[in-house]
Design a protein around this ligand. Structure first.
Ligand code: UD1
Length: 344
């Protein structure tokens, strides 16, 4: 089966490509490389031993998309491509609405034209509103807190409307919790542009001595140690979830699943586990709360287990070890010549 992966060179996209290839799927990868490196393609090939079919291009360019569909017998699409930085979305909302919504509309149009009716969409736990009971079930109240989150929510609604009008289509919406870690090979991982906003890339850069210390945002949350609690999930577990989601698109329907572990860890749990597993100190300093953060957020992962037969199996230790291995192997990210061979 041939699957088109949009944004396949990104952090989650690249790990998903690896798992799909390993599971025997033929993939066609497209990416604009606006926020990812073309070197990813070669790394995916190194891990899988397979040549990767890829096209550089943008979903905002319908003619490009049409060309890809005309050349391959695509049977399903996994749609990752989009802008994803929360802070930037607040500064440039129209750019986020335009890019994320219009590219998805183009994708739906071209899928319709080529009679491709199976779509897995990359959504986020950020679509859940504040004030929900934990753990979050898929039917919790939805309300995004920023333009990025609203694009995810709007796309979910757009796809739902499309399904109601075309009930022969098949949609699986995946709401990711906090993906961290990297492929255990150390060949692919997360490469944030500039200073990281998210916790784990910041921790690895502090451990590597590139940043002086971690700022822990908030020590007065009503949690076991006062720091924020999140559902961290190993990116390889998350990637595996997409295989099960694709299988679900074998029959018609519109389904939404949380992809998380169902367990919450605090910022200090992550720091201490990272230090223990990797033997690297992570100096930190307590700061005031970061605007827009909630105290606790973790998934009820039961629906994905019951209906997809998927559950996360990797531990926080695995996540911390693999994140550090990626950092050590690639001190300068994807710049090829800097890759350090390691047997870890
Ligand atoms: C963020 C995004 C979310 C996105 C997700 C991707 C926001 C408000 N939300 O979630 O939309 O889907 O990333 O993984 O940006 N922390 C520190 N110091 C740091 C960085 C983070 O203490 O330098 C803390 C945060 O306060 C939070 C936890 O670490 O308690 C996780 O933060 P982060 O990795 O940024 O993820 P989220 O904010 O949960």
């Amino acid at each position: 089966m041939t699957v088109l992966i949009t944004g396949g060179a990104g952090y989650i996209g690249s790990h998903t490509c690896v798992e799909l290839i390993k599971a025997g799927y033929d993939i066609v990868l497209i990416d604009s490389f606006a926020n990812s490196s073309p070197d990813v393609i070669e790394r995916i090939s190194m891990i899988t031993g397979k040549t990767v079919t890829f096209y550089k291009g943008d979903l905002l360019d319908s003619a490009f998309l049409d060309k890809v569909f005309s050349r391959h017998s695509i049977e399903a699409v996994v749609h990752f491509a989009g802008l994803k930085a929360v802070g930037e979305s607040v500064e440039k909302p129209t750019s986020y609405y335009y890019t994320n919504l219009v590219s998805t509309l183009h994708l739906l149009q071209v899928m319709g034209k080529y009679d491709v009716q199976r779509l897995v969409f990359s959504s986020s736990a950020t679509v859940y509103g504040d004030g929900n009971k934990m753990p979050l079930k898929e039917n919790a109240r939805l309300q995004a807190a920023n333009p990025y989150g609203r694009t995810k929510l709007m796309i979910e609604e757009m796809l739902d409307d499309h399904y109601r009008a075309h009930p022969n289509w098949r949609f699986v919406i995946l709401r990711y919790f906090n993906p961290i870690g990297a492929h255990p090979s150390g060949l692919i991982g997360e490469e944030p542009a500039g200073r990281p906003n998210n916790l784990m890339p910041y921790v690895t850069q502090v451990a590597a001595g590139r940043l002086p210390e971690l700022n822990v945002f908030g020590a007065d949350y009503p949690t076991h140690d006062g720091t924020g609690v999140r559902d961290y999930i190993h990116v390889v577990d998350l990637a595996r979830g997409h295989i099960q989601a694709l299988k679900k698109t074998a029959s018609t329907g519109f389904h939404t699943y949380n992809l998380g572990t169902g367990r919450g860890y605090s910022v200090l749990d992550v720091v201490r586990t990272f230090e223990k597993v990797n033997g690297q100190p992570v100096p930190y300093q307590m700061q005031s709360r970061r605007a827009g953060d909630t105290a606790v957020c973790y998934a009820d992962a039961a629906k994905a287990k019951a209906e997809l037969g998927w559950e996360a199996v990797k531990t926080l230790e695995d996540m911390c070890r693999d994140a550090w291995h990626w950092q050590v192997c690639n001190p300068n990210g994807y710049r090829k010549k800097q890759y350090v061979q390691s047997n870890g």
